[in-house]
Ligand binder design. Structure first.
Ligand code: GUN
Length: 294
């Protein structure tokens, strides 16, 4: 039997259409649209591309957006000044600091400078702390992990008591998604580059979140038959048969996994579109909170 494909693109399109309707209602009520401010420092082409895609998505749903773009040699003060300007801007409700920042910048100080009311990426240490603690709730949760959780819900996965294995422990995906799975009452194992016998651990998993950033690292025969697989990886690999000369593949061997998994996301068209959608969702929520507080 072939696995069900969890169609992140279709789910993202549907949620974005709802956000566009809500944004129009917000604009009609307050006379201005929800606004997102991005801070981009450095010359990482992938980061620049992500910021472009996020701003394009804002335009599509009727949000205002601005970007503070700084060079790879920008200083701590310059980056923090960009955050402060966005904190003070009444037409900006959400702030996104694209990561990674250049090595001379202290990331923690920058993320701490983001107003809690505008922390739509959920990376402020207070929001991450609330996400981790029992009985507390973060005001905003990070976009990619939230997208993974929405995909699991859409796929009808019951997380209660399920064995969930997260591969990768990054601050952006692995760690927060593990915290969210724990809050959803899954039994969570976090694996990483030094985990011993990863295949044996993955074989126990009802749910696999692959976020290690290595092309097709997770082999199909590691999967438990019927497992749900969320593939967060977007790895660029050479492909002479493609007119661009490259293609994107996930962290999981996709084709052979189709014969073993119960449900799986595609790359591209899985988690990626959900990340942007969750950022838009958080920005709308921030705009509503700020506008309601007057
Ligand atoms: N870099 C890679 N993923 C992300 C993300 O979701 N948000 C931000 N701000 N930076 C990233």
């Amino acid at each position: 039997m072939s696995a069900t494909i969890i169609d992140g693109k279709a789910i993202a399109d549907r949620i974005q259409a709802e956000i566009a309707e809500d944004a129009a209602r917000f604009q009609a009520q307050y006379g201005y649209p929800p606004g997102l401010g991005a801070v981009l420092a450095g010359d990482n082409p992938a980061s620049a591309q992500y910021v472009r895609m996020k701003r394009r998505a804002c335009e599509k749903v009727g949000f205002h957006s601005v970007a503070h773009v700084m060079t790879a040699s920008s200083t701590q003060d310059e980056v923090e000044a960009a955050v402060s300007a966005l904190n003070a801007d009444p037409h900006i409700h959400g702030i996104l600091v694209q990561l990674p920042l250049p090595p001379q910048i202290n990331e923690e100080r920058v993320l701490r400078a983001v107003s809690l009311d505008k922390d739509v990426d959920g990376f402020h240490p207070i929001n991450i702390g609330m996400l981790g603690m029992k009985g507390r709730e973060a005001l905003f949760t990070p976009a990619t992990p939230t997208g993974c959780m929405v995909l699991l819900k859409e796929a009808g996965v019951n997380l209660e008591g399920a064995n969930a294995v997260v591969i990768g422990r990054s601050n952006i995906v692995g760690l927060p998604v593990a915290l969210m799975l724990m809050k959803a009452n899954a039994t969570v194992t976090v694996c990483h580059s030094r985990t011993r016998d990863l295949p044996a651990i993955v074989r126990q998993a009802d749910v696999v979140i692959a976020a290690i950033g290595r092309p097709e690292y997770v082999k199909a025969d590691w999967l438990k038959p019927g497992a749900t697989v969320i593939d967060v990886g977007t790895n660029r690999v050479d492909d002479p048969s493609d007119e661009r000369g490259y293609k994107f593949v996930g962290d999981v061997e996709f084709e052979p996994a189709l014969g073993i998994a119960g449900a799986i996301t595609k790359v591209p068209g899985g988690v990626g579109p959900m990340t942007i959608t969750m950022l838009l969702h958080n920005t709308l929520k921030a705009a509503r909170r700020i506008a309601a507080a007057g």
